[in-house]
Design a protein around this ligand. Sequence first.
Ligand code: NDP
Length: 397
Amino acid sequence: MSKKFYELTPDDRLLELSLNEQTRQALSNRQSAVNAQLVENYISDFRVPIGVVHDILVDGKRYSVPMAVEEPSVIAAANNGVKMLSDSVRVKMSRMAMIGQMMFSNAVDLSSFILTHRNEIFEIAKRAKPSIYQRGGGLLDFKIRKVSENETSLDFIIDTKDAMGANIVNTIMEAELVLFEQFKPLGVILSNYATNQLVTVSAAVEFKQVGGFEVAKKIVSLNHFSKNDPYRAVTENKGIFNGISAVVLATGNDWRAVEASGHAYASRNGQYQGLATWTIVDNKLHGELTLPISVGTVGGAISAMPDAKQALSIIGNVGADDLRGIILSVGLAQNLAALKAIASGGIQRGHMRMQYRALAMQVGAHSDEVIQVVSHLIKLKQVDASIAEKVLMEIRN
Ligand code: NDP
């Protein structure tokens, strides 16, 4: 009997796909034994460039931070933003914890049950995952949250220490199910809306760092716009996530979880708003960014992927809480760079050199030709692929 697709080796799977020989070979050459164990139907790796934000000062400590991102100019802008943050970024957070949900859709009243079974609920959690208690974490609390007339969530607050904690939370939640059987729960699962992992970073910026008081005022007005206009807010937050998601990805964390949670938080007032806030305080531009951020420095893909461990080692020996502050600081720097560029006449000028590099490669320039093509294109008023191709041909002749 022939094997099912998922039972084939990565190379045999490639043979099943309609690919030309060159593509098949290229995909085969990029395979890695470790990643083949991570996902089903593995065929190859997809590479994303990694760069660093160099020398960001967070709570008085200097870090180099890896960013994995395909968009040209994101890393350049982040570094630019870091240079403008004259003082150290300050980080504020309280004890971080994940939320696990037990969901009911049958108008249950759990209040007296959870009161009388309080100790048992804590005991079940301890038995389900004793190792997280040895690390100083575990179930901290649980509370009833009414979702609608007939829907209730029993929220379990669980400290997962340096792990992102999805598996830890789900293990505890599934162990708790049995105790609540009589109430016919719909199911249990962690919530990715990490409101018990709210982190705030803030920084003060001298006006001269952004090009003067007038630019600073424009930055404040632009940011204010994002509090009232979802069209602007989405773009401003996308810019913030340019920084955040790039570090989250480089460190092997789950960027979908961080983004989903961040966007939900941006809508917490009933309207989608910009996540950062810029004001003028004591003759300085003051920036603040708060969002829920659930990341780890152990567990999940981080422990499995050498790439993630290597990227984390660039930052140094940090725990999950340090990492949260560092990630948000990069998000704030990224936000400042974007607002400064818009306030001083647009982002295209800064962007174009990086975009033209991509365009040069798209039209077939080799690495040693890219700089020459870019320096020609930068002088032209109008640029497109056919013009880039012509410039490349001229250089070659
Ligand atoms: P793991 O279960 O892989 O890792 C956590 C384990 O790491 C702990 O149980 C602990 O095991 C060990 N550990 C070692 N040092 C520490 C420390 N200092 N602090 C805490 N734990 C430590 O992963 P997570 O529970 O973090 O789950 C994350 C993974 O789950 C991610 O890959 C995510 O994508 C995935 N996932 C996400 C979902 C979602 O977001 N909705 C749903 C399901 C999965 P021990 O104590 O035994 O050594």
